[in-house]
Design a protein around this ligand. Structure first.
Ligand SMILES: Cc1cc2nc3c(=O)[nH]c(=O)nc-3n(C[C@H](O)[C@H](O)[C@H](O)COP(=O)(O)O)c2cc1C
Length: 224
């Protein structure tokens, strides 16, 4: 595999071009290849111990998009206009606790650890959860896993921007009501998965209404 050699200025240009797109041009659609490219960057994202505690649901059915509107105040315009609309789900405690069947599956089937490696890895993972990070409640375990799902989100947003595709991350929803809806109407087992974010992809309808504002680098970085 060759060493990446993208120019820094091209990458910074893409970061400046990316903005939280409020309304998309509904006549412009991403191809299957483009959306799979974006999803592949989620798939290739790093995660703690490499356990990938996420799942992404692409909502293309207009009727299902309509159902989301009442629980997602930040989403209606994006639900109406985005080419692709994705729910970012994070695994809950029954999936990610050190002795969960899913963790066993990851080590046996995906990582294909030999028994001695699996035993050692399990010990480290257990110590990390119980001792180092004190993930001793279901809520703490979910929030820890959600941090990782957001890494995948960041990568999807950046990858899209690098190829000129617009996006908007969305947390403007009522988490409890949204999860109830996902359980009842989207066939999602919310005892195992929680909703972390929504994210829309497509092409901007208009230029951003405001120039991008950021604190200066000197304010957000300290050198010692
Ligand atoms: C986790 C997260 C949740 C967000 N939720 C929403 C949202 O619900 N609706 C929305 O229009 N923008 C949302 N945004 C976009 C932010 O408002 C936007 O990224 C921020 O104002 C900076 O602007 P820029 O992304 O255009 O540079 C969200 C951003 C992040 C990272």
């Amino acid at each position: 595999m060759s060493i990446p050699n993208l120019s820094q200025s091209d990458i910074i240009d893409a970061f400046k071009y990316r903005h939280a797109t409020k309304e998309f041009d509904s006549t412009k659609k991403l191809s299957d290849e483009q959306i799979n490219f974006i999803l592949t960057t989620a798939n290739l994202s790093p995660s703690s111990f490499g356990f990938e505690p996420w799942h992404f649901v692409v909502i293309q059915d207009p009727a299902l998009r309509e159902l989301l509107k009442p629980v997602a105040w930040g989403a209606p315009l994006k639900l109406d206009t985005a080419s692709h609309f994705i729910l970012g789900l994070t695994m809950k405690a029954p999936m990610t606790k050190w002795d969960a069947p899913y963790i066993n599956y990851m080590m046996d089937e995906i990582k294909q650890f030999p028994p001695d490696v699996k035993e050692m890895y399990t010990k480290f993972y257990r110590e990390f959860q119980e001792r180092d990070f004190a993930l001793d409640t279901d809520k703490k375990l979910f929030d820890w896993a959600a941090k990782q799902t957001y890494i995948a989100l960041g990568n999807m947003l950046t990858a899209a921007a690098l190829v000129g595709i617009d996006s908007c991350p969305i947390e403007g929803f009522h988490q409890k009501n949204a999860e109830k809806l996902l359980q009842e109407k989207f066939d999602i087992d919310t005892s195992k998965y929680g909703l972390s974010f929504m994210v829309a992809f497509g092409y901007r309808k208009a230029a951003p209404p405001h120039p991008k504002t950021r604190r200066p680098l000197t304010e957000i970085v300290s050198w010692k």
